[in-house]
Design a binder for this molecule. Structure first.
Ligand SMILES: [Fe+2]
Ligand SMILES: [Fe+2]
Length: 315
């Protein structure tokens, strides 16, 4: 994990700014080394509270950002939150690496045991219990290189949290986390030139991407002891209750509670994520939007998702 979200009062020259989180408009600059007074002044004047900073690209300034020292502007950072944020960031760095290794191993067939993902799921559950808003903040910025992995972690974390809120037992909650981590596994089997293509897709390319649930399922089903829930979520997470989803156009009772959880968590993360080319929605906006989509999403589960993400992704 190389991107951290810090209060703008903690900004220092030398930091690499990924984006400035303005609530109403897109800040004029993104992805730059902060070394001009005029940029510092512009950010100070902007209606933003937080800035996403890439620690890997910063010039040795992050020690000052994360040390919890006051900055001279009167913005004393909340040290407890900062410690939690650092801990969650470390967990996500570790988890991202583990998911990359696991996905590659699954794709090549070198890893066949679903338990390879259990420690990641447990870490996500623990991080969510300590501060869901921090985990979701940290996974919101999807860089091109790590976007798929951060999305997988976010969906796994959300699914496990919704499962906990519904009162599922510990083993089921852990498996929901694993199912979330693996839901887009099929995307790894699609050529990057199609998956990461900017601009419009051809009908053929769109069809190839829409085939990722089936591709993932067909690969995972060949592994012995693959839990039915993981297969179900992988294959059906783009199905919608009214039958307008894909790939099979299933509807209503044909969609298990686990699939319904995966669908809302998947859409929630997509809508609330910041990408270089789009502004993120707040968590509340995302949930409201899903509520308004006729009978596409399970509204009882949306209420649970709203509870477990309360306070996260605002702004
Ligand atoms: Fe997907
Ligand atoms: Fe997804």
């Amino acid at each position: 994990m190389t991107v951290v979200r810090i209060p703008k009062g903690q900004l220092r020259k030398g930091m690499y700014v990924e984006s400035v989180e303005c609530p109403q408009f897109v800040f004029s600059k993104r992805r730059f080394i902060l070394d001009l007074d005029e940029d510092l002044d512009a950010i100070a004047a902007a209606p933003a509270e937080f800035v996403l900073v890439n620690t890997a690209r910063s010039k040795g300034a992050m020690g000052a950002a994360s040390s919890g020292k006051a900055n001279g502007n009167g913005d004393a950072p909340a040290q407890v939150d900062e410690v939690k944020r650092q801990k969650a960031a470390e967990t996500l760095t570790r988890s991202t690496a583990a998911v990359k290794t696991g996905f590659t191993g699954f794709a090549t067939g070198d890893i066949k045991d679903i338990q390879a993902f259990a420690p990641v799921s447990r870490d996500l559950i623990e991080s969510m219990s300590e501060g869901p808003e921090i985990v979701l903040e940290l996974t919101r910025l999807k860089t091109k290189d790590e976007g798929t992995f951060l999305h997988s972690l976010a969906v796994g974390a959300l699914m496990a949290s919704v499962g906990q809120a519904l009162g599922y037992d510990e083993a089921t909650v852990e498996l929901l986390g694993i199912a979330g981590i693996l839901h887009d596994f099929g995307k790894l089997l699609i050529p990057n030139m199609i998956l990461n293509k900017r601009g419009s897709l051809s009908d053929v390319e769109r069809q190839i991407i829409r085939n990722h649930p089936e591709l993932g399922y067909q690969r995972l089903v060949t592994y012995p002891d693959m839990p039915g829930m993981v297969l179900d979520v992988c294959r059906h997470h783009h199905e919608l209750l009214d039958g307008s989803g894909y790939p099979q156009g299933l509807s209503g009772a044909a969609l298990s509670p686990f699939v319904r959880i995966s669908t809302i968590c998947d859409v929630y993360d997509a809508l609330t994520s910041t990408r270089p080319y789009k502004k993120a929605w707040s968590g509340q906006q995302a949930i409201n939007w899903m509520f308004e989509q006729g009978h596409c999403f399970d509204r009882r589960l949306l209420l649970r998702l709203g509870e477990v993400t309360d306070g996260a992704g605002r702004g």
